[in-house]
Design a protein around this ligand. Structure first.
Ligand code: C5P
Length: 222
């Protein structure tokens, strides 16, 4: 039997990873956070003080970046050249620069290759921006998530505040809007709903309601 792929795409801070993790846990699928990969690559270049405009240098350096996932309790732990960077990649410096890095064609090609490998023979849930369109165009189930931008900013604000990061709601709102703009207008696999993706607007839905909605759609494939 063919393995099952659940693709979840959508705007920034829409709760994609929350739903993806809940689904993976419930179905005993593997969860892959594709955004974490672009974030870790971005962190690498920020640390090396590489000019993010210098695409040639970035492309040449990609071979020195080793990314690995560790799944524990359905939390994704990402290792950048062996170092756990799961918290650091969520901080503002990375959030502010990741969309520029993710727009580079060669960066995307390498990440997509890794992602496709991970979903080759296992049941997985993967979230991102181009999973249903580019990474797994043949995924059995695709969701496209959206939510009111103000609600999204508030959710992300609460998440970061709990972790003690000093950042304003306004800053987060701006960052989300800016990333959505960059992600939807870039040349290489821009964020767009796949024709066969099910829209899930979770502005007024609880996490439990979203999970139930998604499970209902996936049921026929199990
Ligand atoms: O999902 P997350 O918000 O962590 O993703 C961070 C950024 O990585 C996005 O704003 C986007 O620029 C990029 N990304 C992407 N393609 C993916 C996942 C993330 O371009 N599949």
């Amino acid at each position: 039997d063919k393995n099952i792929v659940v693709a979840i795409d959508g705007y920034s801070s829409c709760g994609k990873s929350t739903l993806a993790k809940a689904l993976a846990k419930k179905l005993h699928f593997i969860y892959v956070d594709s955004g974490a990969m672009y974030r870790a690559v971005t962190l690498y270049f920020l640390r090396n003080e590489t000019s993010l405009k210098d695409h040639d240098v970035i492309i040449d350096a990609l071979e020195h970046i080793d990314l690995n996932f560790h799944s524990r309790d359905y939390q994704t732990h990402i290792l950048l050249n062996g170092e756990e960077v799961s918290d650091e990649i969520r901080q503002m410096p990375v959030s502010e620069n990741v969309s520029a890095i993710a727009a580079i064609k060669e960066v995307r090609m390498q990440m997509v290759k890794k992602q496709q490998k991970m979903g080759k023979s296992k049941n997985i849930v993967m979230d991102g921006r181009d999973i249903g369109t580019t990474v797994f165009p043949n995924a059995q189930i695709k969701f496209f998530m959206t939510a009111d931008p103000k609600i999204r900013a508030e959710r992300r604000y609460n998440e970061l505040s709990i972790k003690g990061e000093k950042v304003s709601l306004e800053e987060i709102f701006e960052n989300i809007a800016h990333r959505d703009f960059q992600d939807t207008t870039r040349e290489e696999s821009p964020l767009i709903r796949a024709d066969d993706a099910i829209i899930l607007d979770n502005t007024n839905l609880t996490e439990q309601q979203q999970l139930e909605f998604a499970l209902e759609k996936i049921k026929p494939f199990l």
